[in-house]
Unconditional design. Sequence first.
Length: 219
Amino acid sequence: MPRILDTFSCGGGAGYGYHLAGFEVVGVDIQPQPNYPFEFIQADALDVLRDREFLAGFDAIHASPPCQAYTPLNHYNHRAYPDLVDETRELLEASGLPYVIENVPQAPLRDPVILCGTMFGLRMYRHRGFETNFPLPSPVHRAHTARCARNGYLPTPERPFMSIHGGRHSRAWLAAAKEVMGMPWVTTIREVCEAIPPAYTEYIGRHLIAAVSTRTEAA
């Protein structure tokens, strides 16, 4: 079974999708992640990506560096957030492995494929960009016709889609968000809000496995 290193893993949304696609997953995050559903290492992801000997045990790498520097939050809070996409890319390229970098569409990704919940039948939009060094076709992105409930509110017949962002939300909202995201194992709002739906990386993972197989055959 191919192994993937899930860096900046948070609660495991990305990692679970790769698991569904057929990977053995190991997560890395600088913060404790007690609900991470696979093997987990608490460490600075950049330090781990510099360890060539450690990376030799993997077939591919996923990276989700912090997104706050590229979102409107940066303008409202007037705080300095880490800008790690370029440094992460340099380390991924140096590894020589197939890789994925995930972030918000505003991030400085190279030719990203933008994925949306509607592509996978999810009741949410949640656009995210994915830069890869292997071919990744973009699914059809249909027009958004369903309306979203406001952040913190449950879906209604008039607004059947969820808006999943941070804040102080009810237990009912958390339960609904976990269901929409496809993350039943998490227990906190932060884990849901910092994640990407596993459906995204399950799709990516199926193409990534093909890239890993091609690389193995070439070697």
